[in-house]
Design a protein around this ligand. Structure first.
Ligand code: SAH
Length: 224
């Protein structure tokens, strides 16, 4: 899949794609991420992309012109499945949404800044608005990184042991069971016997029970 991220701070988004699972997925050609500097589409001498809000009040607003120029330039090259705006009042990101987005071919993610973008951008150019939580960030870049990470890691082939992503929390509406590694005992704190038993069926059953128990205790809201 191809993800085009429109931002005024492309440098802020370089590192998240240069490590670990995302780096490997990009190297394998499973995902392509392009950082597009919105300032390149500004018609101002100073390359500014924001202006004072009509009606007054504190905070600058990102204008529609550079954003429209940028999105239209991208759209003239290929068809996009979604043009996403990161916004605290958008639909809350969850695993189901990430699973769906990971099946798309081409998406744009627009990162806001300052007070946000001119409302006409949202009305006419954006097809989907996503929030990563009920708090306000300084800009959409970290939200875009979170969205991309959650999408790219589940593209088949991105994680070497493919079943691993499917047993993570929220797949199947369950939280993940506890995990342990060596040593089998530390400070007298022991790993549950069943995990050392080598009995695959019992281990699977134990993990499922633990998932269920943990979900009931911590997130009864996601249990169907
Ligand atoms: N004035 C806006 C907040 C602007 S914050 C309001 O009160 O709703 C600046 C930018 O950061 C936003 O345009 C958006 O792109 C991004 N952003 C902030 N919080 C976010 C969140 N929880 N999820 C996704 N993007 C967010």
């Amino acid at each position: 899949m191809r993800i085009d991220i429109i931002t005024v701070l492309p440098q802020l988004l370089e590192s998240p794609f240069q490590h670990s699972i995302l780096k490997r997925a990009i190297e394998k050609g499973l995902a392509e991420v392009n950082l597009i500097n919105l300032r390149d589409y500004s018609t101002h001498k100073q390359k500014s992309v924001d202006d004072y809000a009509f009606g007054g009040g504190a905070g600058m607003v990102m204008g529609i012109e550079p954003i429209a120029n940028c999105i239209n330039a991208l759209k003239s090259q290929r068809t996009y499945d979604e043009v996403i705006y990161t916004s605290p009042d958008g639909e809350l990101l969850n695993q189901k949404m990430s699973n769906h987005l990971s099946t798309l071919n081409n998406i744009i993610i627009l990162c806001g800044h300052y007070k946000g973008v001119d409302e006409r951008v949202r009305e006419h150019l954006i097809t989907k608005e996503i929030s990563i939580g009920d708090y306000v960030l300084s800009g959409g870049e970290l939200a875009a990184a979170v969205i991309c990470d959650s999408i790219i890691r589940i593209i088949p082939g991105a994680i070497s042991d493919e079943t691993s992503a499917l047993t993570d929390s929220f797949q199947d509406n369950l939280l993940a069971p506890p995990v342990y590694t060596r040593p089998a005992e530390f400070n007298g704190w022991k790993v549950p016997d069943v995990l050392l038993s080598g009995h695959t069926k019992n281990i699977e059953e134990w993990r499922h029970e633990q998932s269920l128990e943990r979900t009931k205790q911590r997130r009864p809201d996601i249990l169907e």
